[in-house]
Each structure stands twice: as C-alpha cells, then as structure tokens.
Design a protein around this ligand. Structure first.
Ligand SMILES: Cc1cc2nc3c(=O)[nH]c(=O)nc-3n(C[C@H](O)[C@H](O)[C@H](O)COP(=O)(O)OP(=O)(O)OC[C@H]3O[C@@H](n4cnc5c(N)ncnc54)[C@H](O)[C@@H]3O)c2cc1C
Length: 512
C-alpha cells in the first residue's frame, strides 16, 4: 500500500486537534504536521458550540475554588480532583492564548462579558455571542493555514490506527481513505481528536461527523475506554421531530433568565431541584423526561416571553434567527424543547499529558476521559478541557520527542469503494435501539435486549467492506455496545447515568 510520512498526525480538526497542531507548529517549526478531517475542515462539534468557555476571569466575584467545587458537584463523585484543579487553574491562561491567536470574546480583553450556565454558581462563561465555537474555529483555522509546517486535509477518513509490534506496540500512524484511495500515513506521534458520538442517537445536537470514530479506533488498537455509560443529554434542544440535526437552544439562554414550563405553565424543575431551570443538565434532562412521561406530551416549553427582544437578538443572534425561521414569535410564544444526546463524558483514558496506554498515541478533547467531567460534564467545561490537554500534550512532546523507525512496507492493499448495502437504514436501526433502550432513563432488561440486538447487527455487517459508510456503521455499533456494557456494569446512579433498578450512589436494588 502507498504510504507517506509526517512527524505528527492529528486526527480531527475541532478545537482539540487544531490547537494541538498550532502548539506543535510553534514548538517544532521544522517538523511536518498533518491534520486530517473526515469531512469539511470546519465540520465539527466545536463549530456548533454556542454558549462559550468557562474560566475564572474575575477574582473579585469568582474564585478557582468555586469553579472547582461546581465541576466536582456536577461530576457527582467520579471526577479526578487533581485534574479538575489543574484544568480550572489553567483556564485563564488558555483564554489569553485564544485572545492572542485572535478570538474576540464579547466584552473587552481585560473584562470579558461573562455569561452564566447551569450548575455554575456565578457568571464565568466567555463567549462570542451565541456562536463561540464557530468563531474559535475560524481563528484557529486561519492560524493553521498561516503556519508553514501544518497541512490540513479534508475528506480524509481514518479507517484504522497502525501499530508496530517491533516498536513496543507503538502507534505508528493511520490508514486513511480519501478521494485518492486508501493509503497509510506514518507519524512519530498520532493525536486522536475525533470528538464525540451523539449520532448513535437519532435525537442529538451533534452533527453528522459525530459517530464516535476515536472511541472505536482506540478500542481496536488496544487502549482502554472509561465511563462510556455517562452520556449527557442536553435538556433544551428545539423540538422538531423530523429535522435531521435538531437545533440546540443554549443553556446561556436560561442563564439569561429563560425558564422551563410544563404544559400546565408550571416551573416544574423546582419540584426536582432548588436551582430550578439552572440546575445541572442531568437533573434538568431527567425532570423534563419525567414531565413528558407524566403528561403524555412530546416536549416541554422554554419561556422567554419576558425578554427584551432587541437585547435577545443582539446577544443570541443565531438562536433568534433560527426561531424566526421556524415562525416562533418569542414575544408571545414559548419555545418547544426536549432533551437530546449531546456529550460523551467518557472516552479514551489519558493522563494529564494526553498520553493513552498505547505508546505514541495521544488523545484530547471529547473523545477522552481525563477525569475532568466525572459522571456529568459541567456546562462549558469541554472546550476548556480540549484546550488544556492539547497544550499539555504538545508541551510534553517538546521535552520528550522520541522518533520511531518506520517500516514502510507490509500494509496490505484495501479497497474502500462504496458497497451496495443499505447503511442508512442500518444506522437508523442502531439509533432506534439507542433511543428506546439507552436514553435518559435506562432499565436493565432493555439494556440486555439492546445488547442482543446490537450484537446481531454487528454480525450482519461485512467486515471486509471499507467504504466510509460501512466503517462508520461498524464504529457506531461498537460505541453503542460500549455504552450498553458500561451501563450494565454500573452499581449505582450518578450524574448523567440513571437505571431504574439502582439507587442513588448505593448498591443494586434488585438483580434480574
Ligand atoms: C450544539 C453543541 C453546542 C455545544 N456548546 C458547547 C459550549 O458552549 N461550550 C462547551 O464547552 N462545549 C460545548 N459543546 C461541546 C463541545 O463543542 C465539544 O465537546 C468540543 O467542541 C469537542 O471538540 P473536539 O475537538 O474534541 O471534537 P470536534 O470538534 O467534534 O472535532 C472532531 C473532528 O474529528 C474529525 N474526525 C472524526 N472521526 C474521524 C475519522 N475517522 N477520520 C478523520 N477525522 C475524523 C471530524 O471530522 C472533526 O474534524 C457543544 C456541542 C454541541 C454539539
């Protein structure tokens, strides 16, 4: 098989991949860095991020201790406290780095305008109106394009990670499917920055690319995943059952004063938590789920009829434009919302330098489990996590760069032409299984049945079909199985995970 070599391979062009590439470019001006993206370069979860990034920027009204406390509280006992402390303390430095690269947060440089989101005890979210992610990506991409030693390649789908037994089982690069066919890229280091996997559910805030490829690539090369049961459901995604990519109504809108109401007009979240509509996402999503079950309705309402419409449109231009397009008049009407799969709190285990258990394989961003989020991610902590770990990983390479000796031969030819199988129908099958049995509230019998159905699907899929659609489907089945298995392993309910036969953070009530 054709092969080529680069010094550093970055799989993913979201915030984790691009910021890692930029740091590496600065630290190693003579090394070649290639960034691969399976779709367009700016198609990622990062580009969809609305609310912003959490950081303590105002030490008079906020403190590291408070941000740490809020993160630990959301994580419900599964966070690694040392990692939480490290990330929170590095947050302001990361914000300054973004500003230096060219990101213009709202407010002014020294005093950014800070928003509030669920689970945060105070205002600490830096934002660019309601398109923070897209604004960050625009800047990072511009910087990457300017860097002489970074090459960005769109429509390059990584099928497999390469491993060399003679090199201590190190990861030596990736096998890639592009318009020019399948080829191998060797690299001294490979960074996995492939994002999350919301697409295993049909109702998700995540774009098409989010099929969990990094989780599956990592499992196949032998790294460990952790906390896959902890899928975060965002409480307020616009209710629009026939839309392929449902639209998120950022938590920042609730931070700005919007409240959730049931069909009787009650602010029902207070029944579940004294923080009401601004409780953490796990609490609010379950409250909505219960309300929907009880009422038999398909959604609840988000009410911001009391907002000054001009202010709202200025602060949240993307959301305002979307609602106008949907013919919702927010002055007189409430907005229908329901929870949707949003974020994978678990993933590839890494240490604080983004090292996985496979030598020369690094990971950062949503595909990882670093210990920051525990059982439930605090809002706006994930862009931050990606930045901190990408930088730590690059800094660590600066002092410890070990070259590998590549063996260029020996990789068999693979054909990734399109197959005849109806993969879209099968994708829908996976999503149906996950929606029905592995959602906000799970039951043991349904999980067991989901496992059997997914195993059947797995056996149905031809292993030798390397078309992108076939690979994505195999990946989605693998990821779904990992979520189901981990859900069955849990012995108590915590954070974003809830199974109806378990108690809160205690032992199993009954076993089947
Ligand atoms: C609607 C929405 C709103 C959000 N709002 C916020 C927010 O306000 N604040 C916050 O902190 N977080 C937010 N999040 C979460 C946050 O955006 C993500 O967790 C974060 O952006 C993930 O960044 P990443 O770099 O890890 O992955 P992504 O940004 O998802 O990038 C993944 C990249 O990997 C590539 N890729 C994947 N598989 C392959 C493959 N097999 N081969 C080649 N390339 C591959 C993709 O093409 C893509 O370039 C939001 C998420 C969504 C969906």
């Amino acid at each position: 098989m054709r092969s080529e070599s680069h010094d550093i391979i970055v799989i993913g062009s979201g915030i984790a991949g691009l910021s890692f590439a930029l740091h590496c470019s600065a630290f190693f001006p003579l090394r070649k860095i290639v960034v691969l993206s399976k779709a367009l370069i700016n198609e990622s979860n990062t580009s969809c991020a609305q609310g912003g990034i959490a950081a303590v920027m105002n030490h008079l009204e906020d403190s590291y201790e408070q941000h740490i406390k809020d993160t630990l509280q959301a994580g419900d006992g599964l966070c690694d406290k040392r990692i939480v402390e490290m990330v929170v303390q590095k947050a302001p430095e990361e914000m300054r780095q973004l500003m230096q690269w060219g990101v213009n947060f709202d407010g002014n440089g020294n005093q950014p305008d800070l928003g509030k989101e669920g689970g945060h005890s105070t205002n600490r979210i830096l934002h660019c109106r309601d398109h923070t992610g897209a604004s960050i990506i625009e800047v990072l991409l511009r910087r990457c394009e300017e860097a002489a030693n970074i090459e960005l390649r769109k429509n390059h789908f990584v099928l497999e990670l390469l491993k060399n037994n003679d090199l201590g089982m190190a990861c030596t690069g990736a096998m890639v499917c592009s318009d020019d066919g399948v080829y191998a890229i060797n690299g001294h280091y490979t960074m996995l920055a492939t994002g999350g996997s919301g697409q295993v559910y049909s109702y998700t805030s995540n774009p098409e690319i989010a099929t969990g490829d990094g989780f599956s690539l990592a499992m196949e090369i032998g790294t460990q995943l952790k906390n896959m049961a902890f899928v975060q459901f965002h409480p307020t995604v616009f209710y629009s059952p026939n839309e392929p990519n449902p639209f998120l109504i950022s938590e920042a809108v609730r931070g700005y004063g919007a409240v959730l109401r049931n069909h009787r007009g009650e602010e029902f979240v207070y029944k579940y938590d004294s923080r009401g509509s601004l409780a953490t996402r796990d609490v609010v999503a379950r409250a909505i789920y219960n309300e929907i079950q009880e009422s038999g309705e398909e959604h609840v309402w988000l009410d911001f009829r009391h907002f000054d419409t001009n202010d709202f449109a200025l602060k949240f231009p993307t959301i305002a434009a979307y609602l106008i397009n949907k013919n919702v008049d927010v002055r007189t009407e409430m907005v229908p919302v329901k929870p949707a799969a949003h974020y994978f709190c678990g993933g590839v285990i890494t240490n604080k330098f983004g090292k996985t258990t496979v030598p020369h394989l690094l990971a950062a961003g949503e595909c990882t489990c670093t210990g920051l989020h525990g059982a439930n991610r605090l809002a706006s902590n994930s862009l931050l996590e990606a930045l901190v770990f990408a930088k730590n990983a690059a800094e660590n390479l600066k002092t410890n760069f070990e070259e590998l000796q590549f063996n260029h031969g020996g990789i068999p030819e693979i054909n990734c032409s399109c197959s005849e199988m109806k993969y879209n129908g099968l994708k829908k099958n996976v999503q149906d299984i996950m929606d029905k049995s592995v959602g906000v509230i799970r039951t043991k019998p349904r999980l067991i049945s989901a496992r059997a159905k997914l195993m059947n699907l797995k056996h149905l899929l031809p292993k030798s079909d390397y078309s992108v659609k076939a690979c994505e489907l195999r990946i989605m089945v693998n990821v779904s199985l990992a979520v189901v298995e981990d859900s069955l392993q849990q012995t108590s309910n915590r954070g974003g995970f809830y199974r109806d036969d378990l108690n809160e953070k205690s032992e199993v009530k009954e076993t089947l």
